[in-house]
Design a protein around this ligand. Structure first.
Ligand code: NAP
Length: 288
């Protein structure tokens, strides 16, 4: 078997188109959406990623404000910026970009992002709301996986789905979204025992561990669908996922590529979330 590659590019373009249309309508009513990205690092690949968000936002008709505090920013300075942006009516969406300076507590800061502006689902309140089925922004990466499954007509209701990784930004919220869609979800992590014990029975495997080559063909049953969230930079500078693509493609029926899979959809969803946030905020202003 040689797995079909599930490219995220067409879906990402469709989502960007929706964001562009929504941004245009809002701009016509005098409320052009604005996304603020708070950065406190000089890490080159992070700054490259932030610039790519800025470019994509501009192309979608969304204003993007980069608030760069530098790599020595204190937790107090970051907290003040997040509180100010949360209170500023002209800002609709806020992203706190990691990594943060050493000693700065991400957990303490993400709780300061107003939930209605939390377009990357970082505030624990957003995760809590997702857990009880209340409206909230899911982290864009988690939603990207679900959107890809929908786009390629991969059913999950009543099927066995294994999520490898239990972080608050990917594994946990994704598991909640899949549960909401009636999947039988198993979450694996570094202490859940041999992967194949779980993945061999899976119809769908989502791997989000940050370990290049962690998932191989021998972990899978023939025909499984694999979504690869991992992004790992190898010493030669190339970007690879968590799946060992060569062996997985021999066994799986479909696999998302890295790059060009989940990641491309994620950025598009950040824009769509910003437009959705702006629409909600402008509607609540009108209704008073
Ligand atoms: P993270 O916070 O480091 O969490 C990694 C998770 O994987 C943890 O739950 C960990 O288990 C588990 N894990 C690690 N090694 C494992 C192993 N050998 N077997 C089973 N589970 C293992 O990472 P993250 O923030 O969730 O990100 C995961 C990956 O997704 C990274 O490569 C990241 O770069 C990528 N990512 C991609 C996007 C995108 O848009 N494409 C967005 C966000 C993240 P424990 O909890 O037991 O430690």
């Amino acid at each position: 078997m040689s797995a079909t590659l599930l490219s995220g590019k067409a879906l990402a373009e469709r989502i960007r188109e929706r964001a562009r249309g929504g941004a245009l309508s809002l701009t016509e009513t005098g409320s052009r959406p604005t996304l603020a990205v708070v950065v406190a690092t000089d890490d080159g690949s992070t700054l490259w990623y932030v610039r790519s968000i800025e470019r994509a936002a501009g192309n979608a008709g969304i204003d993007c404000r980069i608030v760069h505090l530098g790599p020595d920013a204190s937790e107090a300075a970051l907290a003040t910026v997040l509180e100010d942006l949360s209170a500023e009516p002209a800002v609709n969406g806020i992203i706190l970009q990691t990594p943060l300076p050493p000693g700065v507590r991400t957990d303490a800061l993400v709780g300061l992002i107003a939930p209605e502006k939390d377009v990357d689902g970082a505030n624990p309140l957003s995760l809590g709301r997702l857990a009880v089925g209340q409206p909230a922004f899911a982290p864009a990466t988690a939603r990207a996986v679900v959107e890809l499954l929908d786009h390629f007509d991969v059913p999950v209701a009543g099927r066995d789905v294994v999520v490898i990784g239990r972080s608050a930004v990917v594994g946990k919220p994704l598991s909640l979204l899949l549960l909401e869609r009636d999947a039988a979800v198993t979450i694996c992590h570094s202490r859940s025992g041999p992967l194949e014990k779980h993945t061999k029975a899976a119809d769908v495997v989502v791997v989000a561990a940050g370990r290049a080559g962690l998932l191989t063909g021998s972990h899978l049953s023939p025909g499984a669908v694999v979504l690869d969230v991992g992004t790992n930079v190898l010493p030669d500078g190339s970007l690879v996922g968590d799946a060992d693509a060569d062996s997985v493609r021999e066994v799986a029926s479909a696999l998302t590529p890295v790059p060009g899979g989940v990641g491309s959809v994620t950025t598009a969803l950040l824009l769509l979330h910003t437009v959705e946030a702006a629409r909600e905020q402008s509607a609540s202003l009108v209704s008073g």
